[in-house]
Design a protein around this ligand. Structure first.
Ligand code: HXC
Length: 258
């Protein structure tokens, strides 16, 4: 499918998806999110793809849902269409690891999209925020839920109630992002992390993604049991035998996703 609001490139085993509505700072509209879901599903289906990176421009990862598109909508339209509910569910169903590479603004739905990814690497210019309060509304795609789990109640309340932005340093300190790098190095760092993930057994990387994400859905006891059972089940794979044999033989493992 030809995309108009995103650019998709395959580099080795990594699908790089660039949000591309520069005139609107990559504001999320139906078309962009629709195309993103198609691209992610294609990456999920494509056997060559082993990891996914979502990025924006240097100025903006995404400045939120498209305010101009939303402004005239009624409650009935928002509720009836479950505004962006299907798209966010579809993103969460992707089983391959997804890295968000964030430079500049990640606001509102943009911050929420970054949080739907498995981890966030950002540039030193990144600014995260849930400024919906300034528009007379509130977060609608995880800004009051995921952000609270990631940075804790006090900061999540602060950001959602005041609408202030969090810079990269604070985002790293708060646990929202895993790494901060100079803006010019952002894509290189994210792609290199993705290539590293792509070298692993994909059964194991998908299992890790599933297990870590379950930790937000389960009690600790159930989560630990889930983790242990998945760990046990990986001993049914050839990749486990190969990985452990390679360690003993002091060589690089050659994983085959079996
Ligand atoms: C539509 C947007 C936009 C948005 C920016 N633009 N953000 N258009 N929706 N969310 C457009 C501007 O209108 C402008 O277009 C162009 O992008 C450049 O933006 P400027 O404001 O001129 O840039 P700047 O002065 O550098 O300010 C950058 C900014 C500001 C601080 C990021 O644009 C801003 O505050 N944007 C809105 C952020 C926000 O409130 N996000 C939350 C949205 S609600 P023109 O045509 O005028 O040049 C949301 C809900 C999610 O996300 C939940 C869904 C279920």
């Amino acid at each position: 499918m030809a995309f108009e609001t995103i650019i998709v490139e395959l580099e080795d085993h990594v699908s790089l998806i660039k949000l591309n509505r520069p005139d609107a700072l990559n504001a999320l509209n139906d078309q962009l999110l629709g195309e993103l879901v198609v691209a992610l599903n294609e990456a999920q289906e494509n056997e060559k793809v082993r990891c996914i990176v979502i990025t924006g421009s240097e100025k903006a990862f995404a400045a939120g849902a498209d305010i101009k598109m939303m402004s005239d909508k009624s409650f009935v339209e928002m509720f009836g269409s479950d505004f962006f509910g299907a798209e966010s569910d579809a993103i969460m169903r992707i089983r391959k690891p997804i890295i968000a590479a964030v430079s500049g603004y990640a606001l509102g739905g943009g911050c929420e999209l970054a949080m739907m990814c498995d981890f966030i690497i950002c540039s030193d210019t990144a600014k995260f925020g849930q400024p919906e309060i300034n528009l007379g509304v509130m977060a609608g795609l995880g800004g009051s839920q995921r952000l609270t789990r990631f940075v804790g109640k006090s900061k999540a309340m602060d950001m959602n109630l005041t609408g202030r932005f969090m810079d990269a340093e604070e985002a790293e300190r708060s646990g929202l992002v895993s790494r901060v790098v100079p803006a010019k190095k952002l894509l290189e760092e994210a792609m290199s992390a993705a290539q590293k993930i792509a070298e692993k057994s994909m059964i194991a990387t998908m299992a890790v993604k599933e297990a870590v994400n379950r930790s937000y859905e389960m009690t600790l006891r159930e989560g630990l049991l889930f983790e242990r059972r998945v760990f046990h089940s990986l001993f049914a794979t050839e990749d486990q035998k190969e990985g452990m044999a390679a360690f003993a033989e002091k060589r690089e493992a050659q994983f085959r996703d079996r």
